[in-house]
Write a protein that binds this ligand. Structure first.
Ligand code: ISJ
Length: 185
């Protein structure tokens, strides 16, 4: 993947209560839906859904991620970036991260997940608690070049199980909005 320096962008993650109210209902509905995005996209695509990994590996996490996970700046973590695809088109770019220490302590093996959905794992395990969703217009510099575009809405939230924290961010791509409009104009 070619990106600009990952720290080069600044981002303001906003809770629902901090959001200016001019967002349309469709956007709000997707951004703040606390159910499984994997399942919602599977329905929207009539089962033509898949997860394709773009990058998986250990990396220093971004500053906004370290802040959200309460880690020292520059802490190492597992980074998983995927496309969630409907009808083979990238519908969502997702980036999930967790610190090395948390993964080792929490006994979660993300390295072998591959094209299985992390969402299924998180939503099948009742012990995971989802923390409140925050949203932003996701910095273009943090996206894969082929889908990078200004003003795309993204969201993130923390999933927690016995002190194991995973931060999942999802950016909704134009093809997803298009597909949703076709189903409910
Ligand atoms: C959190 C979920 O999991 C989804 C699946 C992901 C993956 O497999 O890497 C990443 C982010 C999510 O969009 C979900 O389905 O809601």
């Amino acid at each position: 993947m070619s990106y600009e320096s990952p720290q080069a962008a600044a981002v303001a993650w906003l809770a629902y209560s901090q959001l200016a109210s001019d967002l349309d209902q469709r956007t709000l509905d997707w951004l703040f839906d606390e159910g499984s995005l994997t399942r919602r996209l599977t329905r929207l695509s009539h089962d033509h859904f898949c997860v394709t990994p773009l990058f998986e590996g250990w990396q220093p996490l971004r500053d906004d991620e370290c802040l959200a996970l309460n880690l020292a700046p520059g802490a190492q973590g597992w980074v998983r970036e995927v496309y969630l695809r409907g009808h083979d088109q990238p519908w969502v770019f997702a980036r999930s991260v967790a610190s090395r220490e948390a993964l080792e302590r929490g006994g979660l093996d993300l390295e072998t997940l591959g094209s299985r959905s992390l969402g299924e794992l998180l939503f099948c395990d009742q012990a995971f608690i989802r923390h409140p969703i925050e949203v932003c217009t996701y910095p273009q510099a943090w996206m894969p070049t082929e889908v990078a575009s200004a003003n795309l809405w993204g969201r993130r939230s923390r999933f927690e199980r016995d002190g194991l924290d995973l931060l999942v961010a999802e950016v909704f791509l134009p093809a997803m909005w298009q597909a949703d409009k076709e189903v409910s104009p």
